[in-house]
Design a binder for this molecule. Structure first.
Ligand code: SF4
Length: 334
């Protein structure tokens, strides 16, 4: 396995108390595979990724326990220098906001070339050439001419392609993309996702795609980990999850995205708001919003049960839900 995150916990000390932003998260991604980590804002998906990447702001954040095994080595036990090396060369991150992630006062070609000069010791001319090749590879039109332009001279979609190029420059084994297309319009969003997917296959990288948008991951993810209130509540191969979700929260998310096979049906939003992490509801944290909640849900926190090969759900009633799903599917096929 390329990356294995085990029982990761991250806390934030705030004026009002301790926030458990990541509360025992486990997931894994292999070479050439895409894992989508899905959740609303405040679900802990980005904080977990920052902890994995080693860029968590500490303080106020603090990893209190867990393991982040990258090719078998626990990154949390490495010294700062070695950690920086792994992060720079073997893992890369793509952020939502390319404008603030790129240096605004340096031409993009120069920023890309610096990656080769600093990390690979490439001579100036060769580094420049490779930067242009990379811009070409991520389909920046007229790459050679545009290498001298500054980040603000590119459109949002083109800037995101440059971020992808920066992430790819050192040919990392793992890329973590945190909401890489959220700021883009739908058509550009699809183009950037397709490009990322194509490069992931070509370079045989592992990709962790963090998003709040289930629609974005449907075509590109192999597996999905759905997060809620700092925990993974469902983990499944993407097709199985779309066909029959095993958690009411995932069910709610699916019902709220437009689907061609459900034309004419009203879209349903999940009622209520995500919990305040300073006072997470007792028992199952989803219970105040869950249409299936019963007394036991308020009292007992459901563990992440294995429900089938490669699938798990943190719901007391997963059997009922899956049975229900089958029942609906059978009715739909009659
Ligand atoms: Fe809903 Fe209860 Fe399942 Fe939580 S455990 S998701 S409240 S049915």
């Amino acid at each position: 396995m390329l990356l294995e995150v085990r029982d990761l916990r991250v806390e934030f000390a705030t004026r009002d108390g301790v926030v458990r932003a990541v509360d025992g998260v486990s997931y894994a991604v292999d070479a050439g595979e895409t894992l989508a980590v899905l959740g609303e804002s405040g679900s802990g998906k980005s904080v977990a990724a920052q902890a994995v990447m080693g860029i968590l702001e500490t303080p106020p954040g603090r990893i209190t326990s867990g393991e982040v095994r990258f090719q078998g080595r626990d990154l949390l036990t490495l010294g700062a220098e070695e950690r920086r090396r792994v992060r720079g060369e073997r893992m890369a991150m793509i952020f939502q906001d390319a404008l603030s992630a790129l240096n605004p006062v340096l031409p993009v070609g120069y920023q890309l070339a610096e990656m080769y000069r600093v990390h690979r010791g490439a001579p100036r001319r060769e580094a420049r050439e490779r930067a242009v090749e990379l811009m070409d590879r991520v389909r920046i039109p007229a790459a050679r001419e545009r290498a001298g332009d500054y980040p603000h001279q590119f459109s949002g979609g083109m800037r995101q392609r440059i971020m992808i190029a920066m992430a790819l420059a050192l040919e990392p084994e793992l890329i973590i993309a945190d909401e890489p297309t959220t700021a883009l319009d739908v058509t550009v969003q699809a183009q950037v996702m397709d490009l990322l997917d194509e490069l992931r296959r070509e370079y045989r990288m592992g990709l962790i795609l963090i998003t709040h948008d289930l629609g974005v991951v449907a075509d590109v993810a192999d597996r999905i980990a759905v997060m809620y209130a700092g925990r993974v509540v469902e983990h499944a191969p993407v097709r199985r999850l779309f066909a029959a979700p095993a958690h009411p929260y995932t069910r709610g998310l699916l019902a709220s995205i437009p689907r061609l096979d459900r034309r004419g049906r009203e879209l349903a939003a999940i009622r209520g708001l995500p919990p305040n992490l300073l006072s997470v509801p007792s028992g199952c944290p989803f219970h105040p919003r869950c249409p299936l909640a019963r007394a036991v849900c308020r009292a007992e926190r459901p563990p992440l049960h294995p429900v089938a090969e490669g699938r798990s759900s943190a719901c007391h009633f997963w059997k009922e839900i899956l049975g229900d799903g089958d029942h609906h599917d059978r009715r739909a096929h009659r």
